[in-house]
Each structure stands twice: as C-alpha cells, then as structure tokens.
Design a protein around this ligand. Structure first.
Ligand SMILES: [Zn+2]
Length: 67
C-alpha cells in the first residue's frame, strides 16, 4: 500500500504484510511517518518528556494553593 508521511508529504510504500500497513488499514488514526521524520519526532518527544516534568511540577502548584 502507498502511504504518505504526515510531516513532509513524502510518499512511501509499505508491504501489505507489514504490521504497520495492517495497523494503518485497521485504524486510520495511526499515521505514517517516513524514517527521517520519525527519528526527528523521536528526538522531540524525548526532549518534551524531559521538559514535561517541569511543566507538571509547576502546574501542580496552583492546585495545591486552592486547598
Ligand atoms: Zn517525512
């Protein structure tokens, strides 16, 4: 099946037997990303996870003040 990268619109091809192809067919919510974009997003997610910790701690303060 032909798949289009959601990030850079690059057209890729997945084997019909590829588990990812099956996933995309059954659940359209799964989006395809080419390998370079996936690596880039992977790095971003990693960074966001680390900064997310700080956001979590900061956002918990106003809630504590209400009590
Ligand atoms: Zn891409």
């Amino acid at each position: 099946m032909r798949v289009k990268c959601v990030i850079c619109d690059e057209i890729g091809k997945l084997d019909d037997e590829d588990p990812l192809a099956k996933k995309l067919r059954n659940r359209p919510i799964h989006t395809y990303m080419c390998e370079s974009c996936r690596n880039r997003i992977g790095e971003l997610t990693h960074i966001r996870k680390e900064t997310g910790k700080f956001t979590f701690h900061r956002s918990s303060h106003p809630a504590e003040d209400e009590f």
